[in-house]
Each structure stands twice: as C-alpha cells, then as structure tokens.
Ligand binder design. Structure first.
Ligand SMILES: NC(=O)c1ccc[n+]([C@@H]2O[C@H](COP(=O)([O-])OP(=O)(O)OC[C@H]3O[C@@H](n4cnc5c(N)ncnc54)[C@H](OP(=O)(O)O)[C@@H]3O)[C@@H](O)[C@H]2O)c1
Ligand SMILES: Nc1nc(=O)c2c([nH]1)NC[C@@H]1CN(c3ccc(C(=O)N[C@@H](CCC(=O)O)C(=O)O)cc3)CN21
Ligand SMILES: [Mg+2]
Length: 286
C-alpha cells in the first residue's frame, strides 16, 4: 500500500507558523493582513474553496474581504471592483475565483490585479517570473504540490514527471515548477495520444484534468508518486454528494509508492499557499 501524503496535517502546520508570524507583525503594522476573494456565480468547486479559505483566514488572523457577485455581472463591474481593491490599503491579496461565467474574459481581468497583490500568482508579470525562474508570487495549487513533496523529502532531480492537464491555473505552472526542480517533464492533455502509456512512465504523476477518477491502475508505474489535484463533486445513489479526485484512489493505492487523498490532499495545501502568499505581500508592504 502507498504512503499517504497528508496535505491536511501539513497545511495545519503551515497555518500555525503563519499565525505566529502575524501575531508578531500585526502590533507593528496596526492592522492584520487582508485577502479579498471575488467570486462570480456558483461554481461548486469554487464554493468549497471559498468556505475553507474564509475559515482558515479567520484561524490565522487574516481579514477576509469576500465579494460574491451574481452570474450576470459585467466585465466592467469586475474591473472596477478590482481597481478598488488595488487601492484599498487593508487588502494585501486579491484572488478572482476561476472559472468565470462564459461571458467574462478571465485573462484580461487577471491583468487588472496589481501584481504585488496577486495572491494567486496568475498575473502575466508573476507567471513571467516563474518562466524566468525568478522569485515572486506563485500559483497556489502547484506551489502547494511542491511544498508537500518537499515536506516528505521526495527526490525530484532527474525524475520523470508527467502532468495531466495544461490549464493556466494548474497544469502549466505545475510543469514549470517541476522543471525548476530538475524533473524531466511531460505535459499531457485532452489531445494527447497514448495517454496511459505516457502516464505510466512517470515517477511523479500529477493529475489535474477535472475528470472524476479518470486516472486508473493502467496509468500508474509501480512505486510512483501520485498527486491528485482534482476536486470533483459526485452524487451517490442516495443523492448525497462527496468529493472525489481525478485519480481512482482504490485502484491506485496498491500500486503507487506515495499518494495524496481527496479530500485532505492538495486542497488544504492550496489554501495554505494562498494564505502564505497574502502574508508575504503584507510583509513586503511594510
Ligand atoms: N486541489 C486544488 O486546490 C485545486 C485547484 C484548482 C483546480 N482543482 C481541480 O483540478 C482539476 C483541474 O482544474 P483546472 O482548473 O486545471 O481545469 P481545466 O481548466 O478544466 O483544465 C483541465 C485540463 O485537463 C485536460 N483534460 C480534460 N479532459 C482530459 C482527458 N480526458 N484526458 C486528458 N486531459 C484532459 C484539458 O485539456 P485541454 O487543454 O486539451 O482542454 C485541460 O488542459 C479540477 O478538478 C479542479 O476542480 C483543484
Ligand atoms: N483563482 C482560483 N484559484 C484557485 O486555486 C481555485 C479557483 N480559482 N477556483 C476553484 C479551484 C478549486 N480549488 C480548491 C478546491 C477545494 C479546496 C479545498 O480546501 N479542499 C478540501 C475540501 C474538503 C471539503 O470541503 O470536504 C480538501 O480537503 O480537498 C481548495 C481549493 C482552488 N481553485
Ligand atoms: Mg485534495
């Protein structure tokens, strides 16, 4: 049976460290760090994220400035909300929940966030920094994956890493971070031929496709490190909903060397990295 990579416990540890840091900084600053999350409409994965983020902010002492907009909000209204948050001195981090409803253009909205308040690391300036190997704000989910691998001292240099998915939010920055850690990286996606053969060559396999339990036994090399980024809400026969990842955990666990659970894996690590980015921006603004 694989070793479990416990994101929940690791995230709690990171959060206590952040709480201590805030305790010492807040008296000097006269205000706590602030994080603003803009959510438009009702995406179920986003709703889970927003709820966990608000609970965690409260726990570590970060002020939340959540704004929930109806699904028919215009691009202009959102641009204006972002401009106001850029100017707001209580706010150190801004995050726009993705995906946005069809009529909105996420890419151009991400340009509007002041790069030093870009808690999600998705502004072109911060993504460019990642490509160039510079320090800076990093996308939370792939940063959370890297942090968890580090915590468990998983060797990366020279290893074959396969990333399933190529989104701006997860797949692409994930591939770049693994490359930075000296992995040999392959990125697969919906147009990839022989995906299972490619995946099963991976020493480190990252699943970020948004397809419930798509990654089965035939995608996994014995002993591989399997990281499940997927967060999918499924309804069981009784109409009760549960979260499942992109990996078929039951099938993968006997084959993998290490594996992340869902829930309790990369989800909590993402929240921890978001808080960490916010505190980093807060410190820089002293
Ligand atoms: N744990 C967390 O903190 C966290 C954070 C963010 C997202 N998520 C979850 O992670 C998953 C992915 O999120 P995302 O934002 O990256 O999603 P996304 O924007 O929908 O991207 C999905 C990617 O997977 C690829 N793909 C889709 N179906 C595929 C298939 N059958 N075979 C191979 N590749 C396929 C797509 O390929 P194309 O590019 O060719 O379309 C795309 O590149 C979702 O379940 C999401 O809820 C979790
Ligand atoms: N701009 C942006 N950045 C993101 O990182 C992001 C989005 N948008 N939109 C939604 C997705 C999904 N994300 C998530 C989803 C769930 C958790 C999370 O905390 N999962 C817990 C949930 C446990 C439960 O509620 O049952 C877990 O243990 O997996 C975190 C991030 C982050 N994502
Ligand atoms: Mg998880």
């Amino acid at each position: 049976m694989a070793n479990l990579l416990d994101g929940k416990t690791t995230a709690q540890k990171i959060q206590s460290q952040l709480r201590e840091k805030i305790k010492t900084l807040e008296p000097q600053r006269g205000r706590p760090p602030g994080l603003a999350v803009l959510m438009v409409g009702d995406n179920p994965a986003s709703a889970v994220y927003v709820r966990n983020k608000e609970k965690s902010c409260e726990r570590v002492g970060i002020a939340s400035f959540g704004q929930h907009f109806p699904a028919d909000t215009s691009q202009e209204e959102l641009k204006e909300a972002i401009a106001n948050l850029n100017e707001d001195d209580r706010v150190d981090g801004i995050l726009v929940q993705l995906p946005l409803p069809e009529h909105l253009d996420a890419v151009s909205l991400l340009y509007e966030i002041a790069p030093h308040k870009d808690a999600d690391g998705l502004h072109p300036m911060n993504l460019g920094g990642l490509v160039r190997g510079e320090k800076g704000l990093r996308s939370c989910t792939p940063a959370g994956v890297m942090r968890l691998l580090e915590e468990y001292q998983i060797p990366l240099a020279g290893k074959r890493a396969v990333v399933l998915g190529r989104s701006i939010l997860v797949g692409k920055p994930m591939a770049l971070m693994l490359l930075e850690a000296n992995c040999t990286v392959t990125v697969a996606h919906s147009r990839t031929e022989n995906l299972e053969a490619i995946a099963s060559e991976a020493d480190i396999l990252i699943a970020a496709v948004g397809r419930p339990e798509m990654v089965g036994a035939n995608c996994i090399k014995p002993g591989a490190v399997v990281i499940d980024v997927g967060i999918n809400r499924l309804e069981d026969a009784n109409g009760k909903s549960r979260l499942v990842g992109d990996v078929d955990f039951q099938a993968a666990e006997p084959i993998a060397g290490y594996i992340t659970p869902v829930p309790g894996g990369i989800g909590p690590m993402t929240v921890a990295m978001l808080l960490q980015n916010t505190v980093e921006s807060y410190q820089k603004r002293i």
